[in-house]
Design a protein around this ligand. Structure first.
Ligand code: HEM
Length: 413
């Protein structure tokens, strides 16, 4: 903070001027927040980042608070620390960095106008000194925001490169293991055929174990291959409900397990990659069915339209998510399943983000877990130019950020 302050010549006099200005500017804070949003809304690519009304509401409060603390200070190390969260958050939502500079201009101008109006009676000198202090503090803010953005972006990029390496490794392992597995399975089959009726009980039990475990290993290998093969979305116009119906019709709910679809009527069409989105739906519903399999229960799959997006929720009334699982759910290789690769949810989130959407997990009210896939209506161009999939080891594409853990992927861990 010392370096930033000294670079722009922000001294105690500037801090005092801003603090004195704060009560005068208070009536202009909410209108300035409003102007900030109006400006963003006039630019579709920026507006698409705002998300649902809940998020906009949070953002309005954060921004008003940001403006107040910018004036009041104190501009100390704590202040710096709190401000670094903003750049990180902007990386998470995939914001191209130019919007930070542009939006800072809007805020800087709004604050300066407010100072000119409210301090007019104190004379030109007082106004000029306050406007200069506003300029300096906005420069500091922009520097903090861009620096923390750069750091978070680099971290996300590293994570993506690690995932790309993991994808290559997954491909190599699965190819190596797939053939021997095939040989074991066909030899087991041949033994059964050869021995026919004469198959002794003890041998039959061993053959069964071999076959069961080959099947498990095969599923794990297939999940690894799915992860390794993740690709850029090939977008077509499609309706989410159709994909949900199709995917769920192929899933078998076990005994005492109920799979219920509650699909909204007339959902807007989306531009999406049906193969990839079906993979996400399959993953979420399969996980939910597994979560309730042991004790029986209910899995609900819901769709609905929200402003600017279509949402899919998969609820189960199983044991829910343990605290550690909640933290690490989307980390590669984290799994709580006896047989799981820990890549399914990583891949699922990666696919959501490739569509400029999001995949989140939370507790279901009343017990169990809820997974929410959100796909924005306006996400097409951004998705097409977005970051590479886990399988691509390329450099950051388009104008966007790498996004939160740009690639994620099998089943609830
Ligand atoms: C330079 C001007 C900007 C400032 C001062 C600013 C400030 C903030 C603050 C304080 C937060 C909350 C950070 C946290 O989670 O602790 C935030 C988050 C966010 N910002 Fe910005 N922002 C700016 C520009 C923008 C622009 C231009 C957009 C959209 C195009 C935007 C979209 C968002 C979104 C979507 C969030 C996440 C909100 C949430 O989910 O809680 N911001 N920003």
């Amino acid at each position: 903070m010392d370096e930033l302050r000294s670079f722009v010549g922000f001294g105690p006099g500037d801090a005092a001027r801003l603090a004195a200005l704060a009560p005068h500017c208070e009536p202009d804070i909410e209108p300035l927040v409003e102007r900030f949003y109006e400006t963003i809304r006039r630019h579709p690519e920026a507006a698409a980042l705002l998300g649902d009304e809940q998020r906009v509401g949070r953002l309005r409060r954060s921004l008003a608070d940001w403006l107040r603390t910018l004036l009041r200070g104190p501009h100390d190390e704590q202040y710096l620390l709190r401000r670094t969260a903003i750049g990180r958050r902007h990386v998470e939502i995939g914001m191209p960095p130019r919007y930070m500079a542009l939006a800072m201009g809007v805020l800087r101008q709004g604050l300066a106008e407010s100072a000119r109006r409210r301090l007019a009676a104190q004379g030109a000198q007082a106004v000029a000194a306050s406007v200069a202090a506003i300029d300096k503090v906005c420069d500091i803010e922009l520097a903090i925001m861009l620096e923390s953005y750069r750091e978070a972006y680099a971290a996300a990029l590293r994570e993506r490169e690690q995932l790309a390496a993991l994808a290559q490794l997954s491909a190599a392992i699965s190819h190596e293991v797939k053939n021997p597995l095939g040989v074991i399975a066909s030899s087991a089959f041949a033994l059964r055929e050869l021995l026919g009726e004469t198959l002794p009980d003890a041998l039959a039990r061993h053959l069964e174990r071999i076959e069961r475990n080959v099947h498990r290993a095969h599923r794990a290998v297939t999940a690894l291959l799915d992860f390794a093969r993740s690709r850029r979305p090939r977008l077509v116009r499609a309706e989410l409900n159709e994909l949900v119906r199709e995917t769920c019709s192929e899933l078998v709910a076990g005994p005492r397990v109920e799979l219920v679809l509650e699909l909204a009527e007339r959902l807007p069409q989306l531009e999406l990659d049906p193969v990839l989105i079906e993979r996400v739906i399959d993953n979420l519903v399969r996980n939910a069915l597994e979560a309730v399999a042991a004790r029986g229960g209910r899995v609900q799959v819901r769709t609905r339209a929200e402003p600017g997006a279509v949402v899919l929720e998969v609820d189960d009334d199983g044991p829910g998510l343990a605290a550690e699982a909640k933290q690490r759910l989307f980390e590669p290789l984290f799994t709580t399943k006896p047989v799981g690769t820990g890549l399914g949810l990583v891949l699922a989130r990666s696919i959501a983000e490739q569509h400029r959407g999001s995949l989140t997990a939370e507790d279901r009210p009343g017990g169990g877990a809820r997974f929410r896939l959100r796909l924005p209506l306006g996400g097409v161009q951004a998705a097409a130019a977005g970051p590479p999939a886990a399988g691509d080891a390329g450099s950051p594409g388009g104008g966007g950020a790498p996004g939160r853990g740009a690639s994620r992927g099998e089943g609830r861990p």
